[in-house]
Design a protein around this ligand. Structure first.
Ligand code: ATP
Ligand code: MG
Ligand code: MG
Length: 548
């Protein structure tokens, strides 16, 4: 197969290496620990760590932890676990923007001393008003022309905790008339009397993202700082800060488009709302587009990486269909998941000519094409089939069990339905069949039953809870709704409590993936599946049957 053309970022890297601008590539993945990672972050992770891998460079995991109000150590831990699970590892110790607080403070002082930053006392509302808009140029703060000495003294007193939140801030002195609003004297430090999950009460002033990020990159010797498109307008500020402080390294910021996925949201704020308001059962609910949610649902890391690869890296804004992700999952599981039988909605079949106490051990392959070993199925007089696999009458298109007709039990015999038993309400409670003992592994004489259905033995099967998941939102782009909560699919979870699974699943380990034949791909629940209570999550159906 011909090699795929390299994405534009890899082309830039190739050129930089060829020109000798760098000897080695260094990237970073910089999440803010204010929520769990989602499928969009997976794209950034695959890009940053993938580049480092392929160019024998390095990639740092750096927590962008400058906003103590929203950040927690528990989020940081979950992020670490998710990056590892996705199959990546970082260079050396985990980094934190908060590791650099002291250096960041010194660089801020340097800007002040150079007359490039000042302490402002406008209120946050006034700052907004003075900043102007795209049409209206900004105007200078009355505090803009303080002396460096006065600014330095005030900034140090800010750090010492002498002033209340919002009373003052430090601003870069750039250009209030700039057509780029980010350059209109951006705030680079604010006062926040709030403990930080790593630095405790050491600081009551915290640096802003635009000031922190570029310096953190430079301190780590990052060569290519890859970020999403919304930071394009921040690049002049990224460069301005690094150009005006005494630091050698000047990483190149390159922007790419975010990953958006249909039928879900990829904003931490919205995902947080789903969790907080109880629309889902936690950040790792299998319906969530979080990495931990997708993992719990049964998606593989390889499938998520494959999807990121197929989506590619460009500057084009677009939204990926859920089907792309689901097809990656199907392909991976079709190849790697072993087969098993589960009856989701059981109805009892009594095979009247099968000896009452007989139990036959039948061998079934774990995979139809690849050698993944075999397992034992138990054939008995009473078996369960799915209620949807039987009809009293049906036309020729229905290739399952019909009264008076034959069908094959997968990996077992051909049976024929002879009569049904019904309860008072008219519901079928039993189907009485006969089997043809000559049909194990071969067709019956002179006829060829069309259908094959799955089944389990009544006595040699186990009860299981099966959770069927569907898309969390009814519409392709819930994020664009006035209130995305209204677009939640109320039928996104169906719990089946009467299901039966074959006995080979008795001691299944958590997070084991299966194709339940004819039903779909399933995964034993990471937390709830125990020896005495089997729980399986449907990862994805066998085919894309979702009605748009
Ligand atoms: P959110 O908007 O969900 O809060 P964020 O960008 O604020 O996301 P961060 O924790 O700051 O979240 O993101 C860490 C990195 O992941 C950043 O470099 C960011 O650009 C990248 N990233 C976040 N969302 C996406 C996405 N949908 N597609 C690609 N990259 C993303
Ligand atoms: Mg961010
Ligand atoms: Mg954010």
């Amino acid at each position: 197969t011909p090699e795929k053309p390299k994405n534009f970022i890899r082309q830039i890297i190739d050129r930089d290496l060829a020109e000798g601008k760098h000897q080695q590539v260094a990237t970073r993945f910089p999440p803010e620990p204010n929520g769990y990672l989602h499928v969009g972050h997976a794209k950034s992770i695959c890009l940053n760590f993938g580049v480092a891998q392929d160019y024998q460079g390095t990639c740092n995991l750096r927590f962008d932890d400058t906003n103590p109000a929203k950040e927690e150590a528990a989020y940081a831990q979950a992020i670490e676990e998710d990056v590892r699970w996705l199959g990546f590892n970082w260079n050396g110790e985990i980094r934190h923007a908060s590791d650099y607080f002291e250096q960041l403070f010194d660089y801020a002082c340097e800007l002040i001393e150079k007359g490039l930053a000042y302490v402002d006392e406008l209120t946050p509302e006034q700052i907004r008003e003075y900043r102007g808009t795209f049409e209206i140029p900004g105007k200078n703060s009355p505090h803009r022309e303080r002396s460096a000495a006065e600014n330095l003294s005030l900034f140090k007193r800010m750090r010492a905790g002498e002033f209340a939140d919002g009373a003052m801030c430090l601003r870069a002195k750039i250009d209030m008339q700039s057509p780029n609003i980010n350059m209109r004297d951006p705030v680079i430090y604010r006062i926040k009397h709030q403990d930080h999950h790593r630095t405790g009460d050491a600081w009551c002033i915290y640096p802003m993202y635009d000031f922190t990020h570029c310096i953190s990159d430079a301190l780590e010797g990052i060569t290519h700082s890859l970020c999403t498109l919304e930071f394009e307008d921040h690049r002049p500020l990224y460069d301005w800060v690094l150009d005006n402080i005494s630091i050698e390294c000047h990483p190149q910021q390159i922007e790419f488009s975010r990953l958006n996925l249909e039928h879900t949201v990829t904003s931490k704020r919205k995902l947080n709302q789903l969790v907080t308001d109880g629309h889902v059962d936690g950040w790792d609910d299998p319906r969530m587009p979080t990495i931990s949610g997708m993992r719990r649902r049964g998606f593989t890391a390889a499938a998520i990486r494959d999807m990121c690869d197929r989506v590619g890296v460009t500057k084009k804004v677009n939204t990926t269909e859920m089907g792309v992700l689901e097809n990656c999952v199907r392909e991976d599981l079709d190849r790697h998941a072993q087969r098993a039988m589960a009856v989701l909605d059981p109805i009892k079949v009594i095979i009247t000519n099968y000896p009452e106490d007989q139990v036959e051990e039948l061998s079934a392959p774990n995979h139809p094409q690849h050698d993944m070993g075999t397992r034992t199925l138990f054939m008995t007089r009473e078996v369960y089939i799915d209620r949807a696999d039987f009809r009293e009458e049906a036309n020729k298109k229905y290739k399952r069990l019909v009264l008076g007709k034959e069908v094959r039990l997968r990996n077992s015999y051909v049976i024929q339905a002879n009569e049904v038993v019904k309860d008072d309400a008219g519901n079928i409670t039993e189907i009485h069949c006969t089997y043809d003992p000559e049909t194990l592994g071969k067709n019956p004489e002179g006829r060829k039953p069309k259908g094959v259905i799955h089944w389990v033995s009544v006595s040699h099967s186990l009860p299981a809870e099966i959770r069927l998941y569907d898309r969390l939102f009814n519409i392709p782009n819930p994020g664009s709704e006035a209130d995305f909560v209204h677009a939640i699919n109320q039928e996104s979870l169906t719990v089946l409590t009467n299901a039966r699974v074959e006995k080979s699943l008795q001691n299944v380990a958590p997070e084991t993936r299966f194709q339940f034949e004819r039903e779909g791909y399933f995964c034993s629940d990471r937390y709830d599946c125990k020896e005495d209570r089997l729980v399986f999550n449907r990862t994805v159906t066998l085919r894309d049957s979702w009605a748009k």
